[in-house]
Write a protein that binds this ligand. Structure first.
Ligand code: INI
Length: 157
């Protein structure tokens, strides 16, 4: 047996208050991410009264919405959901880059875990694959990571 103390998050039933910040763009994909995240939270015992959904116009706005939610308080983790799909112009790079950077910045600034369930993909096909078909569901993965982080942060104290 080892004497090393290991701290790791468990998937404790029902723990924590969660906000899902959801971009409206590409809703045909994002709504599946949202359903996956909600299903995962509920199957891990999180009560509906401890879940809120906040809609943002697009991925570019997600970081500011996360910041306002974090500032208001009362949430243990935020789950950011959206889909940025590459088009024929550099627009994709700016939106995906700012969204990713902004989310990381807000999480560090406020000490609130924000899980990254924003798809950044080259095609609609890749987006569909990652929203509940052959490559899983990024919304579910983001919800799992949020549940784990809530418990981990609680244990670290
Ligand atoms: N927003 C997205 O969430 N996904 C996209 O693929 C996307 N594209 O491709 O343009 C997108 N753009 C909108 C952006 O997030 C802002 O809402 C908009 O620029 C207004 O600020």
């Amino acid at each position: 047996m080892s004497d090393i103390k290991t701290i790791e998050g468990a998937f404790i039933s029902g723990k924590g208050n969660y906000a899902l910040v959801v971009g409206r763009w590409n809703s045909f994909v994002v709504e599946h991410l949202l359903q996956g995240a909600l299903d995962t939270l509920k199957r891990h015992g999180v009560s509906e009264k401890n879940i809120s959904i906040v809609r943002a116009p697009g991925a570019f706005e997600i970081p500011l919405v996360c910041k306002k939610v974090a500032q208001k308080g009362g949430v243990d983790a935020i789950i950011a959901l959206g889909a940025v799909i590459r088009g024929g112009t550099p627009h994709f790079e700016y939106v995906a880059g700012e969204c990713t950077k902004g989310i990381a910045q807000v999480s560090m600034e406020h000490g609130v875990p924000i899980s990254f369930g924003v798809l950044t993909v080259d095609s609609i096909e890749q987006a569909v694959e990652r929203s509940g078909t052959k490559a899983g569901n990024k919304g579910e993965e983001a919800a799992m990571s949020a549940i784990e982080m809530v418990d981990l942060i609680d244990q670290i104290g």
